[in-house]
Design a protein around this ligand. Structure first.
Ligand code: AMP
Ligand code: GLY
Length: 425
């Protein structure tokens, strides 16, 4: 089989790495890819938001399966366009991808299907949103409706901060049309976890729980990033709770979309907030999380092509999705300054030495391969991932691997996994 993976992050390198393990796969193309995917296959410089060019590439190269890494191409209709050409695509169609592409759509679907989530209101007019904030008082969460590269959510602790966020989105148009509409919702307290499931429109197959570390600094302080590290399983959501959680947050969504004639096929990612034992859904994503994907795929013990094809063909109930019992952890090595301004073009040394360690895999994120050298090209540069007998062992192995890698202006959090360790203690 020939597979095209769309995207260029650590998630996409992990997907290429996992796909390469399938005996069914003999060629992997990544568009546009990074320095890691250049080693698992071939990179083709087509951007992930150019749907006609991606479809042309898939047709020209006679690709048998397209795997969408990020949400943007799915929201833009990659699956729909490939479907028309008879090319299988792993990932939902544009309608179902609105679960991530529009927060108002997503909240309405949650409300209509009885999924536990924070009470909310949707606004198209700034004055109405502002009056609502004055009436309700802080704290409140203000969310731009559309995709805003992870920056469209403001957890406001004062009325002024909430109104400033509304003004920024609706009046100053800082996120262009993504902020024309906003969701204002109540603030939830607690600890977050990620819960992902393969879905075929009707059935789901659960992946183990995981936990991201969104804040840039240790102790979950500083601005939010795309994710500074992740591990799986997350003790906050133990295995004995998976089925009941999925019945509360995955099943109703599948049923709702199927009833609309728009079945959800792909990975459904529920971002959960646990206040005590009770989960509330903060958001849905319609793809693997990055960096959650890296530890999850390290644990996945079933041919990923079999799972993806079963999702597309609506026969996921025939597949036994196996997961290794060990714990996996991913530590993101970033460029100092990220998520603000950061330097690029630093040469990265020691990846091979780190990769040689037992149960370690270094996934590339913001890197490029140039004249045989690996250079940094983004804020999140590497996802150093390790499998261990438990969380403490996995953490030790991952940080040992991190120590082997060096580049100028490197920054990483040293406390990835600590929340889980504390909960276990
Ligand atoms: P979202 O993209 O909707 O997941 O929001 C991004 C981040 O904002 C989440 O991971 C949470 O940390 C935070 N957040 C979102 N909604 C809420 C809420 N209702 N209460 C508290 N924090 C929230
Ligand atoms: N790691 C969070 C996300 O992928 O959205």
């Amino acid at each position: 089989m020939k597979v095209l993976v769309v995207g260029s992050g650590g998630r996409e390198h992990a997907l290429c790495w996992k796909l390469a393990q399938s005996p069914k796969v003999d060629e992997i193309i990544c568009a546009p890819g990074n320095g890691g995917t250049a080693q698992t296959g071939e990179n083709v410089p087509v951007p992930d938001d150019d749907i006609p060019a991606l479809v042309r590439l898939a047709k020209d190269r006679k690709v048998d399966l397209v795997v969408a890494g990020p949400e943007l191409p799915l929201v833009l209709g990659l699956e729909n366009a490939l479907h028309k050409e008879g090319i299988p695509c792993f990932g939902p169609n544009a309608y179902a991808a609105n679960l991530e592409g529009s927060k108002a759509f997503s909240k309405n679907v949650m409300h209509e299907s009885g999924v536990p989530t924070a009470p909310f209101r949707v606004f198209d007019e700034f004055v109405n949103a502002k009056n609502f904030v004055r009436e309700k008082g802080a704290p409140l969460v203000v969310k731009a409706d559309g995709l805003a590269a992870g920056k469209g959510v403001v957890v406001a602790t004062s009325e002024e901060e909430a109104i400033e966020a509304l003004e920024d989105m609706m009046v100053r148009k800082s996120f262009s049309s993504a902020g024309d509409r906003v969701v204002v919702e109540e603030t939830l307290k607690g600890e977050e976890a990620s819960f992902l499931a393969f879905c075929d429109g009707e059935h789901y197959a659960l992946l183990p729980s995981s936990q991201d570390h969104k804040a840039v600094f240790e102790g979950d302080t500083g601005p939010n990033t795309g994710g500074m590290g992740a591990y799986s399983p997350a003790p906050i959501l133990p295995e004995e709770k998976y089925e009941e959680t999925a019945e509360a947050v995955i099943r109703p969504i599948l049923q709702h979309l199927a009833a609309k004639g728009q079945p959800f096929k792909g990975v459904l990612y529920a971002g959960l907030m646990f206040d005590g034992d009770t989960p509330n859904v903060l958001e849905y994503n319609v793809r693997f999380g990055d960096p959650e994907c890296q530890p999850l795929l390290m644990r996945l013990d079933t041919d990923i092509v079999d799972i993806m094809m079963a999702c597309i063909e609506g026969r996921l109930d025939e597949i036994d999705v196996k997961v290794r019992p060990e714990t996996a952890i991913c530590v993101v090595m970033a460029a100092d300054g990220y998520p603000g301004d950061y330097p690029k073009g630093m040469e990265i040394k020691g990846i091979d030495e780190a990769d040689k360690l037992e149960n370690v895999k270094v996934f590339h994120a913001g890197t490029k391969l140039e004249d045989g050298k690996i250079l940094s090209s983004g804020g999140r540069i590497l996802g150093v991932t390790a499998l261990g007998s438990d969380l403490a062992d996995a953490k030790k192995r991952a940080y040992e691997a991190v120590e082997k890698i060096s580049f100028d202006k490197s920054y990483y959090r040293r406390d990835i996994g600590d929340k889980g360790l504390k909960r276990q203690a």
